[in-house]
Design a protein around this ligand. Structure first.
Ligand code: NCD
Length: 376
């Protein structure tokens, strides 16, 4: 189905927001500024009335879907979509590509959350409307990161010289992966606080070490006093097989006593939902910022939708005045990867019928272009 498939590459491809490393510092700072202007009330109003934003959520969500819908409505756009794939044609076996090629005819922009790693990049290769990655399995969650970083930037006035601790599930936590990449681009020192089975995957750690100072701590107590922000995450049991989850034992819970040695202006963040990893007693501490920051998510998502719907999203580095190229067309064949398959069983190339692996070269190695696993 390569030649015969009637797929027309858009002549002027839409920019997408599917991968964190496609945005450099300047584009992120521009997003912060745009979010700030929406917070101040300028640019709000029915600027995008008549436009339609689709939210296709193949995994559970409260905040991400509702904040995107809130952002769209605040911009005057309307929304449609599904939040339960069992009630969509996915339950009949429809591929993601076919669903995207349908919904692009109903909506001006698609916000996609999907369990397969690299799903949003695949969608961006076939879509004629902008795709926003609202989480692709355990891989990335760039819009959460934009507002996590915006919150830190806003509260601190700058990201220069900061130290960020990340704890919880650093292996499967997509918010952790995207936030670490984005913070590293600003030279933020990263401290990964987790036991070995929940540590950051090697392929990501290697990339981060090329960008900034990366440290590991076995216990929060060792480093709490150094941190400017502490990012706590939930153990992603839904991404583990039962034996892996059972071997972990009960997760550690952050309690008020853990913050005794922390800086007075520490920001405690959590992408939410919280399960047991933060004791509700911490909510009373003025440093607990995970509910406070939710409004930042709405204004950031307004900035994202506004930029993409206007065709004026902040550009990645090196793009000059040109819109970014489509995500590596042609979208199906990858001669150098022919016959090989991605080693990551959760990669979209294994979950979506007929999609072959494509690879990128970086640092003398080859990487799956969808899920970023190294090709041996
Ligand atoms: C996170 C996610 O979906 O990755 N939630 C969110 O989008 N705010 C974190 C999580 O589910 O643990």
């Amino acid at each position: 189905m390569t030649e015969s498939r009637e797929h027309v590459e858009p002549t002027s491809p839409p920019p997408h927001l599917v991968r964190m490393d496609a945005l450099g510092r300047d584009a992120m700072l521009e997003y912060f500024a745009r979010a700030e202007s929406f917070r101040a009330g300028s640019g709000a109003g029915p600027k995008h009335s008549g436009r339609i934003v689709a939210t296709l959520f193949y995994e559970p969500s409260t905040r991400t879907r509702l904040s995107f819908e809130s952002a769209a409505l605040r911009l005057g756009a309307q929304t449609l979509g599904f939040s339960d794939p069992a009630a969509s044609s996915a339950a009949k076996g429809e591929t993601l590509i076919d669903t995207i090629r349908t919904v692009e005819r109903y909506a001006d922009l698609i916000v996609l959350r999907h369990p397969a790693e690299g799903a949003a990049r695949l969608a961006a290769q076939v879509a004629s409307v902008p795709i926003v990655n609202a989480g692709d399995g355990g891989h990335e969650h760039p819009t959460q990161t934009l507002f996590d970083l915006y919150t830190i930037h806003r509260q601190r006035g700058s990201l220069d010289g900061l130290t960020l601790g990340l704890t919880g599930d650093l292996k499967y936590g997509r918010t952790v992966h995207s936030l670490a990449l984005a913070a590293a681009a600003f030279g933020v020192t990263l401290i990964f606080i987790a036991p070995a089975p929940l540590q950051v995957p090697d392929h990501l750690r290697g990339r981060l070490e090329e960008m900034t100072v990366v440290r590991t701590a076995a216990a929060l107590d060792e480093v709490i006093g150094e941190l400017d922000a502490l990012y706590v995450t939930r153990v992603q049991t839904e991404r583990m097989d039962p034996a892996e989850a059972a071997a972990l034992g009960p997760p550690r819970s952050l309690g008020p006593e853990d913050l005794r040695k922390a800086k007075d202006d520490l920001l405690v963040l959590h992408p939410l939902p919280r399960v047991t990893e933060i004791d509700p007693a911490v909510d009373e501490d003025p440093r607990a910022w995970y509910f406070e920051q939710l409004a930042d998510g709405v204004v950031m998502r307004m900035a994202i939708l506004d930029g993409l719907l206007s065709g004026a999203a902040p550009l990645p580095p090196g793009a000059g005045a040109k819109r970014p190229a489509p995500e590596d067309p042609p979208w199906r064949e990858s001669p150098e990867a022919k016959g090989s398959s991605c080693a990551n069983p959760k990669c979209v190339t294994h979950r979506e019928r007929g999609v072959m692996m494509r690879t990128n070269a970086r640092g003398g190695a080859r990487w799956c272009a969808y899920c970023d696993w190294r090709v041996e």
